[in-house]
Ligand binder design. Sequence first.
Ligand code: GTP
Length: 238
Amino acid sequence: MTKDRYKRILLKISGESLMGENLFGIDVVTVDRVAREVSQVFNLGVQVCLVIGAGNIFRGLSAAAEGMDRASADYMGMLGTVMNSLAMQNSLERIGVESRVQSAITMTEICESYSRRRAIRHMEKNRVVIFAAGTGNPYFTTDTAAALRASEMSCDAIFKGTLVNGIYDKDPKKYDDAVKFEKISFHEVLTRNLRVIDSAAVSLARENDIPIVVFSIKEENSFVDIMEGKGNSSIVTS
Ligand code: GTP
């Protein structure tokens, strides 16, 4: 069973998946549902840490495309991830899952600052750790933050919960004949320029030999199902 293969994993959730049916912002019912699924996986005995994007609040890249300075836009995006992280912490704690938010940008009044050793300690004490503010640097995406933290935490896999249920040869929203990969290599994701995960994240995961499982977090129970060896996903491995 998948859960037996993974002792510690990092779940990366796109910001958009926390909007629910809204066009913007945080839908608390959706965050509660995702938190429930995280707690179910956690109850299977898998240590879980999280990185959340910010596309539901602010998209650094889009703002940069419209003329905003890229570094400023990225910092605003990082602040968006802190809001999402605090919302997730709140949902987790309301269902009795202990969690800690650690930010890559120091804001001690709001949450802990990132510390690798402390984060590992939290996980050993059965806490879910939520890594906020990306890598703390502009020009890096939250996918890259996920690959970086997963490497630092010695995670067995990265689970990328997004809006599509796997990796396709072309955009399945645009093309009906798009074909899904059940399994694909890091090399192929990079050379085919399949944009479902950014290339810096894929390179980092490849260097550290951490498989990436791509699945739809919008589909209810998909995270738990995949852990139990069911469900719909694609896996990137070496
Ligand atoms: P252990 O000592 O390993 O049991 O971990 P702990 O996190 O419970 O200990 P600590 O006393 O450091 O933290 C108690 C609470 O304060 C937790 O909710 C932490 O998240 C929070 N906390 C710790 N450091 C900071 C910080 O720098 N800023 C903020 N805002 N909260 C913090």
